[in-house]
Design a protein around this ligand. Sequence first.
Ligand SMILES: NC(=O)c1ccc[n+]([C@@H]2O[C@H](COP(=O)([O-])OP(=O)(O)OC[C@H]3O[C@@H](n4cnc5c(N)ncnc54)[C@H](OP(=O)(O)O)[C@@H]3O)[C@@H](O)[C@H]2O)c1
Length: 335
Amino acid sequence: MHTLVTGGGGFLGRYIVEKLVARGDRVRSFGRRDYRDLAALGVEVVRGDISDQQQIAAACADIDCVFHVAARPGTSVLPRPYYQANTLGTQHVLAGCRRHGVPRLVYTSSPSVVFSGVDQTNIDETAPLALDWLARHQSYYSHSKALGEQAVLSANDGPLRTCALRPHLIWGPRDAHLLPRLIARAKAGRLRRVGNGQNRVDSIYVENAADAHLLAADALARENSPVAGNAYFLSQGEPVNCWEWIDQLLALANLPPVKKSISPQAAWRLGAACEAGYRLLRIQQEPPMTRFVAAQLATSHWFDLSAAVHDFGYRPAISSEDGMRRLGCWLSKQA
Ligand SMILES: NC(=O)c1ccc[n+]([C@@H]2O[C@H](COP(=O)([O-])OP(=O)(O)OC[C@H]3O[C@@H](n4cnc5c(N)ncnc54)[C@H](OP(=O)(O)O)[C@@H]3O)[C@@H](O)[C@H]2O)c1
């Protein structure tokens, strides 16, 4: 199989690339930066920006399956970059697939596309996209990802088969987002538990998320695949107490557990104030709190995995315990 991985140099994308190479697929990676280590693996590294229609279209030539993993993550209050990369960029990927007759596309979405500020326990894929709530609360990342997912799933037809995967809270070695942020905040004494500490969340070890991408792509290749046109939640399949899990991650970095707390209402007000200030001053960086983050940290969100298990045989091959051990080893080598 000749594959294209957008964002192949990123945290999740790189694991997908490595697994494709390991099983003998030809891989092209697309991103804005140069990745010499990927080239050393035999990957064709193409530099470009998904918000440039011509660049991404050219990268879709002669491809059997696109893994569209690239996205702009984060919680900045300036919307334009999110829509450029995540919504427009995804439309460009779809146009590239059409132009070059690519038969399959796997889109990396996010469970936050259905988040509406309240507890979500054991929900399945019948939950609707939360477009209105996300737009009203200026969660531009999730809103732009939801629009991307909508475009991908509605593009599913005979010549192009598509699906969307929604991995929740990806963690593991080489994470450049969640863990470094937690560690930086903990070291600065700026980490607070939001709420009563009882909320449970799903998460997924990065290699399990990568495996799911390959499984979904293979399932899409089968005639009458139930995967075509559908979205799937992905996780370890064992929701954990959010704050005990954060303490576990901090312990791997030899940091003490979170001791201070803040009420959900106070975190929400702080988020609203930070958003307003950052927007007024047009600050590109992420505010220390947003209403979306306050709501995420105070609520439970975990998902029914039955559809992914049934439709493409997903199972988390690496247990949470084993994943934590691997992450701990990696962290100790970084120190
Ligand atoms: N991490 C999580 O917990 C999580 C949870 C749910 C869903 N997801 C989704 O999983 C995917 C991968 O996330 P990740 O954590 O691996 O993030 P990441 O490490 O930041 O990787 C994203 C990649 O996208 C590329 N990219 C960003 N903007 C681009 C643009 N305009 N043009 C071309 N390439 C661009 C970046 O490469 P360059 O800088 O070289 O361009 C980067 O390699 C994303 O779609 C994200 O929405 C992540």
